[in-house]
Design a protein around this ligand. Sequence first.
Ligand SMILES: Cc1cc2nc3c(=O)[nH]c(=O)nc-3n(C[C@H](O)[C@H](O)[C@H](O)COP(=O)(O)OP(=O)(O)OC[C@H]3O[C@@H](n4cnc5c(N)ncnc54)[C@H](O)[C@@H]3O)c2cc1C
Length: 116
Amino acid sequence: MVGEEKGWSIPIGYFDGKLPISGNRILLCGDAAGLVEPATGEGIAPAMSSGRYAAWQIKKCFKENIFSADFMKSYDKDIRKKYFRNYYFKTTITNLYYKMPFLMDWVIYISSKIFR
Ligand SMILES: Cc1cc2nc3c(=O)[nH]c(=O)nc-3n(C[C@H](O)[C@H](O)[C@H](O)COP(=O)(O)OP(=O)(O)OC[C@H]3O[C@@H](n4cnc5c(N)ncnc54)[C@H](O)[C@@H]3O)c2cc1C
């Protein structure tokens, strides 16, 4: 343990590809990087996947013996490439749903008629 335990909500919709998720000797993955799937709240797969990206980055750091914030930026770039487009789209749809639930009910109603 490096500090007190604290509770927090599942960080849905936090990843915007702009906030840094790395720093000098730091890499954030999973919930800490805000990588929970915006539409479903699924966080296990992105936690494992980003953990793998972090491991690749750490391997590169040891190979070059560089652990600086600048060097870590390629991790942010990889994660952004993997998640940004998909999450941006899903966050937009989810926000729309929260703001106008009747719209989503209507879409589901129409879809049920079309794809019966
Ligand atoms: C009730 C609930 C149901 C869920 N259901 C699903 C589901 O069905 N499917 C799905 O994909 N996702 C689900 N999630 C989300 C998923 O559990 C998380 O997104 C995922 O576990 C994130 O993994 P992580 O490794 O980023 O973080 P965590 O699993 O939270 O791991 C962080 C670890 O860091 C430790 N830690 C924290 N602070 C410190 C400290 N100061 N020092 C040392 N260690 C520390 C914690 O004890 C913990 O072990 C659910 C979450 C909740 C709360």
